[in-house]
Ligand binder design. Structure first.
Ligand SMILES: [Zn+2]
Ligand SMILES: [Zn+2]
Length: 394
């Protein structure tokens, strides 16, 4: 890592930057954020249906691009986001060649603590009732204090990765008690079977999956005041930078990133302007591989219209932006090299075109705003989420 700057970060955006290779022997921790490698599941005995890890275009296994441990504040669940992609160039730009899976496993310690709180609250309320019968309610107002208490936020697992998420979840209201949430789960059960439970595919056998070497990601707040010396290999950016030079750049003053409303205020003046924004922002930390901000502002690679986030397949809630993969992922993971090797092994299958592997400008991840958990609290769950992939223009 480069020496830390003294400037305070001026956004709530977090960045993941490369932080060294993970040996296969060490790559067993679900509570980290990494690129590549095999997926490490929250529960080794519970893996998702195999079609969650297969390309819907060619039917082959996809490669894990990113695994990120991101528990949400006030949630009783451990939470990991897995992002996958097919490494066939011919599958790119087609629906189904990227996939996002969100996994939950209950944090037993946290759950117990919450349940104890619930019981204490109930007791207090009963006492309050009994007391108010005698017309002396004073002394029990303190019971209201518990609702805002977040002291149980620390996990017993020694979690790292995105555990430093700074923004409080807007989806889980402080006033909503665990009992209420569990109550909702019961209601959910009476509704039609959620898609997660409908899967008939056998669970994936992790060792069957192909994988890239894996790389730790270090999480750091974005500092848009920062200018860098471009310490890393920028060869893959060169064509982008050339494009940028050609673009009209006299109307951007710079330094106003945090306040810009990309979607709402952007006039359709062409993709160059959006692309320049993308590259200017990346220049603050060229090695960034992921950007993370729950319900935050996506950094689009090109102008886009409409809402691509959609609704959660499992509960119907709207999805919100959570994170995105940046082009530097493609210089860290040997996608082209692996695709070429595969082509040598199976020349007949990919004769129609040179397979140079996957490509993307950015992969925007949208997730269920409710962070829903279909099924029993104690089940480890896998819910498919949405990826909006933006590419270089042809
Ligand atoms: Zn494919
Ligand atoms: Zn949902």
């Amino acid at each position: 890592m480069a020496p830390k700057q003294t400037n305070a970060p001026n956004t709530t955006m977090l960045l993941g930057v490369p932080d060294g290779a993970i040996s296969a022997a060490d790559d067993t921790d679900p509570y980290i954020t990494k690129l590549g490698g095999l997926p490490v599941w929250l529960d080794n005995d519970k893996t998702p249906p195999s079609d969650y890890c297969k390309c819907r275009v060619c039917g082959e296994w996809m490669y894990l691009l990113c695994q990120s441990y991101i528990p949400l504040p006030d949630s009783v669940y451990h939470r990991v986001i897995y992002i996958w992609a097919c490494n066939q160039r011919s599958c790119m730009r087609k629906e189904g060649s990227f996939s996002v899976v969100r996994s939950h496993m209950v944090d037993e310690g946290y759950l117990r603590a919450q349940q104890q709180k619930e019981e204490q609250k109930k007791k207090r309320e009963e006492q309050k009732k009994a007391t108010s019968g005698f017309g002396t309610p004073q002394g029990f107002q303190l019971g209201d204090l518990w609702g805002g208490n977040k002291s149980f936020g620390s996990s017993s697992t020694g979690a790292t990765g995105f555990g430093m998420t700074t923004k409080t979840s807007t989806t889980i209201k402080a006033t909503e008690t665990l009992a209420e949430r569990l109550g909702k789960l019961q209601i959910d059960k009476e509704e039609p079977t959620p898609p997660a439970a409908k899967a008939t595919e056998p669970p994936v056998i992790t060792s069957d999956l192909p994988s890239f070497p894996s790389e730790y990601l270090y999480i750091t707040p974005e500092d848009t005041e920062r200018t860098t010396g471009m310490e890393i290999d920028m060869s893959r950016y060169q064509e982008f930078l050339n494009l940028e030079t050609a673009a009209d750049d006299d109307e951007e003053g710079g330094g106003t990133w945090a306040n810009e409303q990309y979607e709402k205020d952007q006039l359709p003046r062409g993709v160059d302007k959006q692309f320049k924004k993308f590259m200017d922002r990346v220049a603050c930390e060229p090695s960034q591989c992921i950007r993370y901000e729950w319900d935050g502002s996506p950094l689009f690679y090109q102008l886009h219209d409409g809402n691509h986030a959609g609704k959660c397949d499992a509960c119907g809630a709207p999805r919100v932006y959570e994170m995105q993969l940046m082009p530097n992922v493609l210089s860290i993971l040997p996608t082209a090299e692996y695709a070429a090797q595969q082509q040598k092994q199976e020349p007949a299958r990919t004769l129609e075109s040179m397979n140079v592997g996957m490509e993307f400008g950015t992969v925007l991840v949208y997730v269920c705003k409710n962070d829903c958990h279909p099924g029993d609290t104690h089940d480890t769950t896998f819910v498919k989420e949405s990826a909006l992939v933006q590419f270089e223009l042809d």
